[in-house]
Design a protein around this ligand. Structure first.
Ligand SMILES: [Fe+2]
Length: 360
């Protein structure tokens, strides 16, 4: 066993079907008495229903949560939070709702309760990305990590199939990068393998039967573990590349992650063969892990190419330049030619280069 450092994240997790009904008692376990219920415009009906279920524990609600947590939206929500004398937030939704809850907690130290409806995993991290005048800044703080997360499988049954697939692949990317993270440890590696296996089984079942409660439960369980990976260890090439591509060409977030992931793993597998092996094992594949991820995405009908997401071919060189510009830790050094090749393959929708399994 190699030496390691493990930092446990102090969160309470309630998992199951119908668990949203436990929200009131979960709030009453804490000193909090006045909940501010938040979500995006699409979650308005759910936010209403959850607030109603809290009775006199509901202080107010807000359904203006938006992508990338704009600070002006946070400001409006914060004024409402204070005006209704709330002492905790309840966020219902995906990354946008959770982000707003985190932004309020960062400024007020309020306790956070989260009911996730996607596989984003943000509820398990002490990380908050905010945008002001189009500029995004990311920070980490203990105040940002939500205290209580209630995973209710029933809230995910209606997540559209295409969104379930890309949200699920986006989650898997956190587990994959955790397997070769510089600060990885035995616990995150166990969680990562379990996460990939759970989502690898669940996503095809969801495509076949979107309301399959067991598949939805397995996917949500996998998403929780992926979120724990993201909250615990650092991310590398895959995230850097997706950040560059998303920012430079305005590509959709989860779809970009879905396209890039097999290619990023193939690039790093040369330097981190054990991580690639774990991915292959988790997916029950006889190929290398990167090929197995590519095959999984194809079988789910996920987008295969950056071209199909709207990236111009002329952008490949610019993306390669940006991706190697600011050095950061990655298991394999960043070589511009090889990075360009990676992006070109992803742009065209070609499979990642194959390489033999390092063990077996
Ligand atoms: Fe991510």
């Amino acid at each position: 066993m190699e030496p390691f450092v493990y930092n446990g994240l102090p969160t309470r997790v309630v998992f199951g079907s119908g668990t949203a009904a436990n929200l009131k008692s979960e709030i009453e376990r804490t000193p909090c008495r006045r909940a501010f219920v938040i979500g995006g415009p699409q979650q308005a009906a759910t936010v209403e229903a959850i607030a109603a279920s809290l009775g006199d524990r509901a202080a107010g609600s807000f359904t203006g949560a938006a992508m990338h947590t704009p600070t002006d939206v946070t400001q409006t929500a914060l004024e409402r939070f204070r005006a209704c004398d709330a002492d905790c937030t309840v966020a219902i939704g995906g990354g946008s709702a959770t982000g707003l809850g985190k932004a309020i907690a960062l400024r007020t130290d309020a306790m956070q309760f989260v009911l996730p409806t996607t596989y984003a995993g943000s509820e398990m991290t002490p990380i908050l990305g905010e945008t002001e005048n189009g500029l995004k800044t990311t920070q980490r703080s203990d105040k940002i990590l939500p205290e209580v997360t209630i995973y209710d499988v029933d809230l995910t049954l209606t997540l559209p199939v295409a969104l379930s697939v890309t949200s699920g692949m986006n989650a898997i990317a956190h587990a994959v990068e955790a397997l070769y993270a510089q600060d990885r440890n035995p616990i995150t590696s166990v969680m990562a393998e379990q996460a990939i296996a759970a989502l690898g089984h669940a996503l095809p079942a969801i495509v076949a039967a979107p309301h399959d409660r067991k598949a939805r439960a397995d996917a949500l369980y996998g998403a929780w573990l992926c979120g724990m990976c993201l909250g615990s260890v650092g991310m590398a090439l895959h995230h850097k590349l997706c950040h560059v591509l998303g920012g430079s060409f305005d590509l959709p977030h989860a779809e970009t992650h879905t396209v890039i992931l097999p290619h990023a793993l193939a690039y790093n597998a040369v330097a981190a063969p054990a991580a690639d092996d774990v991915v292959a094992r988790a997916l029950g594949a006889s190929t290398d892990g990167a090929s197995a991820l590519f095959a999984l995405a194809r079988s789910l009908g996920a987008p295969a190419s950056l071209r199909s997401l709207g990236m111009p071919e002329a952008g490949i060189d610019r993306a390669a330049d940006l991706a190697v510009k600011n050095p950061y830790w990655n298991p394999r050094p960043l070589v511009r030619g090889a990075i360009r090749d990676l992006i070109a393959r992803a742009w065209a929708g070609e499979p990642p280069p194959t390489h033999p399994r390092s063990s077996q």
